[in-house]
Design a protein around this ligand. Structure first.
Ligand SMILES: *Cc1c(COP(=O)(O)O)cnc(C)c1O
Length: 390
């Protein structure tokens, strides 16, 4: 018995030891405050440039109040899946608000963005079908493709010529193209108009993931469609409530028919307890704030332009079109070391390593928020210039 146990454990220990040796062992930090631009960590205050709370809404009093009211009225847990007893008024209201926000007939709420992607893709595609997926798509999309059992054809990053060539080459039953709208580790924007043209020309389902574009792109923060000023819609406009909206959950905006289909066929929708009503109420309040306070989006976009300008003064020119700034370092240990130095100087920044990014493409992933002040952004640019040797 003990021998068996130690054999089991030794395999796990080997894996951990290998990760450590490759500088890929990860450990959590624990914040003692909301996920704001200033956070408390180990009793000390840091200037945070690592959160996806782009509009600073996670700790916003209006969200907290909306959640509190719903908490008092509906209790903590929903204690049922959406199709049994888990649907409460705030879920319905949020779905309506999301559909209105994106301009679609319907919206379907999921517990996380991960659950949305890993559930929607296998609902639409299975054996005999073909999925075309950008090589830098988020892990939740990759997992959805794997779960589906369909053939997944990976095309070169944001390369619509390569996509079209592969669409001409690979045939099957249902065919679908799926992509991040803003790529989560690189910050660049999908060439959506070309992608939608290809999808239309070849009769593919189209799905985009607006995790990092909702609340960020477009003059009023409505996302990638507003950014490009186009009125064509993908079949599935998926996103998360957990980033610029400051709450938790995933969603997909789509037609009524697609909504009915997904509610009946998505396993992650059917076999999981609905979000707490309080979370849904908070997300709905976030949408209302975005609609009524466009200045927040303006401030975020102004911060982005200012940071690029400040970095440029130091000869650092990350390529980005969003609130995500990748500063590519390459070596994992080096990226971690620079992250530590910056922490010592009072900045909280994520060093991103494999498997979140390819091997030898470790980077600092800096994210801006509407609540950062210009002098804070200048300070960070100066610190980066000092610590990142180009
Ligand atoms: C964060 C993220 C997700 C997952 O969303 P969660 O709500 O965190 O589960 C999905 N897609 C992309 C592109 C993301 O960045």
């Amino acid at each position: 018995m003990t021998d068996l146990k130690s054999a089991k454990e030794s395999r796990i220990c080997d894996t951990l030891a290998r990760l450590k040796q490759e500088h890929l062992l990860r450990q959590e930090i624990c914040l003692e405050s909301p996920a704001d631009s200033h956070v408390i960590l180990e009793g000390k205050e840091y200037l945070q440039f690592a959160s996806n709370n782009y509009l600073g809404l996670a700790g916003n009093p209006r969200l907290v109040e909306a959640a509190g009211k719903a908490l008092a009225r509906y209790g903590v847990g929903s204690c049922g899946s959406r199709l049994t007893t888990g649907t409460q008024t705030p879920h319905r209201e949020l779905e309506r608000a999301l559909a209105n926000f994106k301009g679609t007939e319907a919206a379907v709420l999921f517990n996380t963005g991960y659950a949305a992607n890993s559930g929607i893709i296998p609902a639409l595609c299975g054996k005999g079908d073909v999925i075309f997926s950008d090589e830098l798509n988020h892990a939740s999309i990759i997992d959805g493709c794997r779960l589906s059992g369909a053939i997944t054809v990976v095309y070169r990053h944001n390369d619509m010529k390569d996509l079209e060539a592969k669409v001409r080459e690979f045939h099957g039953g249902n065919r679908m193209v799926v992509s991040d709208a803003v790529f989560s580790m690189d910050g660049d924007v999908l060439r959506l108009p070309e992608m939608l043209d290809i999808a239309e020309k070849y009769g593919l389902f189209s799905m985009i993931d607006e995790a990092h574009s909702t609340g960020v792109l477009g003059k009023t923060g409505h996302g990638i469609l507003e950014h490009f000023g186009i009125s064509k819609f993908p079949d599935l406009l998926m996103g998360t409530l957990s980033k610029a909206l400051g709450a938790e959950g995933g969603y997909v905006c789509c037609s009524n028919i697609m909504s009915d289909f997904l509610r009946n066929k998505c396993r992650s929708y059917i076999f999981s307890t609905a979000l707490p009503a309080a979370t849904a109420a908070a997300a709905r309040e976030a949408l209302a704030i975005i609609e009524s306070e466009p200045k927040r989006i303006e401030k975020l976009q102004d911060n982005i332009a200012f940071f690029l300008q400040e970095l440029g003064r130091h000869g650092i020119r990350p390529s980005t079109a969003s609130a995500i700034f990748p500063i590519i370092i390459g070596d994992s240990q080096k990226a971690v070391d620079i992250g530590k130095k910056l922490k010592h100087e009072g900045f909280l920044i994520s060093a991103i390593r494999h498997p979140s990014v390819p091997q030898n493409a470790a980077r600092l992933r800096i994210t801006l928020m509407a609540t950062h002040a210009r002098p804070e952004i200048s300070q960070l640019a100066n610190a980066l210039a000092k610590n990142v040797r180009k």
